[in-house]
Design a protein. Sequence first.
Length: 354
Amino acid sequence: MNETHAIAGVPMRWVGPLRMSGNVASTETEVPLATYESPLWPSVRRGAKLSMMVENGISATLVDDRMTRSVLVKADDAHNAYLAALDVAAQLEELRAIVRKCSRFTELVALRHEITANLLFLRFEFTTGDASGHNMATLAADALLTHILQSVPGITYGSISGNYCTDKKATAINGILGRGKNVVTELLLPRDVVHRYLHTSAAAIAELNVNKNLIGTLLAGGIRSANAHYANMLLAFYLATGQDAANIVEGSQGVTVAEDRDGDLYFSCTLPNLIVGSVGNGKGLDFVEENLTRLGCRAEREPGENARRLAVIAAATVLCGELSLLAAQTNPGELMRAHVHLERKSTSTTVGGW
């Protein structure tokens, strides 16, 4: 049977520009979003326009950067599993030397373990340069597992992936320990901007955020997540920049905070699991290369800096869309009017009066 190679076309637009600053990048840039949900473009555009009205725009702080892979080994009982965990921990520097032989861009930064019955889960945490790091982490973990099985007595092979990473699943451990880039974005909007351009108030948005994102998600059983729709912006951004789109599962775990500060609106989105890269699989397509270049993420920089720049831009994009949606939801009927108006192929691109 002949293989047929085709490219699935997803509509893409550049929206913005948005303004941002922080410990990784201070820039003004449009962002590419590939989506079938056409109202997403004007919604993100509205949030981006608000960021241009503040001197430093969206503040994006990169808190951490690591890719993980967990392996599973088996012992006869819990006591031997515990002794094996101590033995592995004692070899940390040797393990780091093994990882450096796998790739000059991979570094073992932490090792954690969990014991259940006679099972020992080992969670390796790496930095992986400008790559998102899936394959680099697995390659390093495979080398580490081979060494551990040879050097630690009383254990046998379980799996190269023990689901304690955790890859492409919504779990508590990723939110607690992090997987990928951990970015916090913040925006402080004056009350007149909130009233004029979002047609609402800081108090209304703050109340909705508590009632919907915090209480509603709690009642629904959400896992370390309290937001309206991070996944929408992340998927569109990931598809446009050649990322592994399945990583929006853990990527969309995050927390939105909104405060009324004497009428001004403090708005923040924390994303602890942004898995993005500026090199690697998916980056060979012409449109992806063009988009990454236009975002300034293919420049000559120290290893890892382009991927971190991409992560903070992604996080700022999420804030723009999250703010716009929550503002719309404070006004009865606005969200549905926008969807009906835009998804019926109207030539207008207005949302909430824009």
